[in-house]
Design a protein around this ligand. Structure first.
Ligand SMILES: [Fe+2]
Length: 213
């Protein structure tokens, strides 16, 4: 079985967590402690956005709903821009760009890859499964960008806060689009296709599920 590059990086993610949070560190002030957390999460986000762009493109390629394909492609493209926006955040902070694996993002992206593979083979639930996986990723991103923005404001990093707010807004917009996509296209489509292909009627008009061998 082919091993996903994301799965191969699992040990790297564990290592990153130890590096970020378990390394002995004695901050001189509360602001230094918060700044360390802020930079550590920025580095996680930078790595996650780079990986996410590739996973979203794979999901877009697998999608059979044209509307979802378009949305996933658009967000894959937007995600590439987000990588550059994060570089600008590091620049505004006068810090070198850093990247470390986030175990949570890795788990979500690995799951998205697995869902894409499992449902790719003609499943009527493919598109709704892709939307579900993407929604989980976006939800995590909204939480992270929301916290990063608040910390930037607290520490008076005005320029960084503005860029992080733009990033948060982009993720919120995508999340809302995914909710609409699920509600108005993919969920209903999954059910309709299921009825059309997987049920048959006997001569009395009674509906039965087909048994797949
Ligand atoms: Fe996103």
């Amino acid at each position: 079985m082919k091993t996903s590059p994301l799965l191969r990086a699992e040990s790297e993610a564990t290592l990153s967590l130890e590096t970020n949070y378990h390394r002995p560190f004695l901050p001189h002030s509360p602001k230094q402690a918060l700044n360390r957390l802020f930079l550590s999460e920025l580095a996680n986000r930078y790595d996650s956005e780079k990986r996410q762009s590739r996973v979203l493109s794979q999901m877009a390629e697998a999608a059979t709903c044209v509307h979802l394909k378009k949305l996933l492609r658009l967000h894959a493209w937007e995600t590439e821009g987000q990588v550059m926006k994060l570089q600008c955040v590091f620049e505004a902070l006068e810090e070198e760009v850093q990247e470390t694996c986030s175990a949570v993002s890795m788990a979500l992206l690995t799951e998205a890859e697995r869902i894409t593979e499992v449902f790719r083979a003609d499943s009527p639930a493919l598109n709704t499964a892709l939307v579900y996986a993407a929604q989980k990723i976006e939800h995590d991103e909204m939480a992270v960008y929301g916290a990063l923005r608040e910390w930037a404001v607290l520490m008076s990093h005005k320029e960084a806060a503005l860029i992080l707010e733009q990033l948060l807004d982009e993720e919120k917009r995508t999340y809302q689009s995914l909710i609409k996509m699920a509600r108005f296209h993919c969920n209903k489509e999954a059910l309709n296709v299921f009825h059309a292909e997987d049920f048959y009627c006997d001569k009395y008009g009674h509906e039965f599920a087909k048994v797949r061998m």
